[in-house]
Design a protein around this ligand. Structure first.
Ligand code: IMP
Ligand code: MG
Length: 181
């Protein structure tokens, strides 16, 4: 079974739900007086699980939008270039954007996307990332809402994949070394 490939659990379902609830409360508080519309932009596919849990903890009317950006192959480190495979559906000029991402690693993807969003003149842009690996950063990214800072280990589950598998694990964990072999 899939569970047998996991060496250790890093964040359990309960820990993830508690953190997501905390982030949702904070976002609700920060945007409760916003006059312009709020667009929650999920970065597919990794953020999808976090996204669907988080938006249900935001007690404000929000719009859904999604992007697909790719900077990874099937390995475990970035190739450096970012490609937009699916753009936003809506015109975001004058709107509040909350970008929802699974993990900021080297920062390459989000550094690129943040510039891209700002060029479209939203009223504001904030970044909410479940995970951050500060020790891996090669370009600067400001994370407004960060769930957990994690050490330099390759993580899977709760949306995060290895070669497109393990996204549906309900927790976040580390794979056994022989899986990469
Ligand atoms: P960055 O551009 O290097 O910051 O990479 C960001 C993307 O790399 C994330 O959105 C993930 O898709 C992927 N990524 C980075 N670290 C991990 C990890 O530990 N597990 C799974 N995917 C990761
Ligand atoms: Mg991703």
């Amino acid at each position: 079974m899939m569970n047998d490939d996991i060496e250790k659990v890093v964040y359990s379902e309960e820990q993830l739900q508690a953190k997501v609830a905390e982030l949702g409360r904070q976002i609700t508080e920060d945007y409760k007086d916003a006059k312009e519309e709020i667009y929650c932009v999920g970065i597919l596919k990794g953020a999808v699980t976090f996204y669907t849990d988080l938006v249900r903890q935001i007690d404000l009317p929000v719009h859904f939008d999604f992007m697909i950006a790719s900077s990874y192959g099937n390995g475990t480190s970035t190739t450096g270039s970012v490609k937009i495979l699916k753009d936003l559906d809506y015109d975001i000029e004058g709107k509040h954007l909350i970008i929802i991402e699974d993990i900021i690693d080297s920062g390459t993807t989000m550094n690129y996307l943040m510039k891209y969003f700002r060029e479209r003149k939203p009223k504001s842009v904030k970044l909410c990332s479940l995970l951050s690996k500060p020790s891996r950063r090669t370009v600067d990214v400001d994370i407004d809402y960060c769930g957990f800072e994690v050490p330099d280990e390759f993580l899977v589950g709760y949306g995060l994949d290895y070669a497109e598998v393990y996204r549906n694990l309900p927790y976040i964990g580390v794979l056994k070394p022989e899986i990469y072999a």
